[in-house]
Ligand binder design. Structure first.
Ligand SMILES: O=C(O)CCC(=O)C(=O)O
Ligand SMILES: [Fe+2]
Length: 326
């Protein structure tokens, strides 16, 4: 069984159909059900359960930047346990997961079907995280997996391992393409969700049943992630003025990681509510909410940014109404 995870991920190439590649290019995400096959997914789940039962997964650590460059704080998301396969102590004990960590078949398959995404080849740009949610309400607030420099992540691959998941169990992943429609994804057994780490805002709803998820993050090729145009806004007065191509600008933002600069303003209430829900009064909630509000206020203090955010919020409402009507 030790090589089967590598063999199975090779099949992702044929599962990345034209339609799924188009979804990744257009909306930033694609979903593949029955991805690894019953036996391999079972073997992965068994090792994840062993890792949790043996105390190899630790309470989640969330690193949080203090506003104004005041350093980094570390808090815990309640109910979430995690570990990273870079931890060599795990590698001897978890052979199937180790084989997933050491293979290059996944990045090769994705690179060959999605050449425009520009992934880093080899094993160096690959991170594997094991995550267990105890099912007592644990969740993740709205975030991008790649929030900006110096992060190098390009693709997030999430494999869910929850046999018999039912709607009331919660723990759905919600993906929110910029100015688009939110898509709720149930964390079903052997379902793989692939999305752009620098382009897809997402969160996890509170889980009411134990939940296992395996994340593979793949870095982008050198120089292809978080370039200048991905981290700083460039637009002309003509874009924003009367007669400017406003919807053209919106389309560019939908397709560009630079949307991250504006997202917290456009979705400020959503960020705030999900932070409070995720922390549930635990230590750090106040600091996180204060940091969020400070970032929103900083945007508000700049008149051009404030107007841009206001207009994006109005456009977002309009597009939502149009979508409801169709
Ligand atoms: O568990 C999930 O579905 C996603 C978790 C997540 O967003 C993350 O680890 O960054
Ligand atoms: Fe995430």
């Amino acid at each position: 069984m030790s090589t089967s995870a590598a063999a199975q991920v090779r099949s992702v190439r044929s599962q990345l159909t034209e339609e799924r590649c188009r979804a990744l290019a257009d909306k930033g995400y694609a979903i593949i059900d029955n991805c690894m096959g019953e036996a391999c997914a079972d073997a992965l789940l068994t090792e994840m359960q062993e890792a949790f039962d043996q105390g190899l997964m630790k309470p989640n650590k969330t690193h949080f930047s203090k506003p104004g460059g005041g350093g980094v704080m570390v808090f815990q998301k309640p109910g979430i346990f995690e570990t990273d396969m870079h931890d060599t102590a795990l590698q001897g004990q978890l052979p199937v997961l180790t084989s997933l960590f050491e293979q290059t078949a996944l990045v090769d398959a994705l690179e060959s079907r999605l050449p425009d995404v520009k992934l880093r080849r080899g094993t160096q740009g690959c991170t594997v995280k094991l995550q267990h949610n105890t099912g007592s309400g644990g969740c993740f607030p709205w975030h991008y997996d790649n929030p900006g420099r110096p992060n190098k992540r390009r693709l997030t691959c999430l494999l869910y391992l929850n046999r018999g998941w039912q709607p009331g169990d919660g723990g759905e992943l919600t993906l929110l393409p910029f100015l688009g429609l939110a898509q709720e994804v149930a964390p079903l057994f052997d379902r793989l969700v692939v999305f752009r780490s620098d382009l897809v805002l997402h969160r996890v709803r509170p889980a009411r049943a134990p939940r296992y998820a395996l994340t593979v993050w793949l870095d982008g090729a050198d120089g292809c992630v978080n370039g200048d145009r991905d981290v700083a806004l460039h637009f002309s007065k003509a874009d924003l003025g009367p007669g400017g191509d406003w919807l053209g600008l919106c389309d560019r933002l939908k397709a560009s990681p630079v949307q991250r600069v504006l997202s917290r303003g456009v979705y400020q209430e959503e960020y705030q509510a999900s932070l409070a829900e995720c922390m549930g009064g635990a230590e750090g909630e106040g600091e996180m909410l204060a940091a969020h509000m400070a970032q929103v206020r900083a945007m508000d203090a700049s008149a051009p940014l404030r107007h841009l955010v206001q207009r994006l919020r109005a456009t977002r409402e309009l597009l939502a109404l149009q979508n409801l009507a169709t």
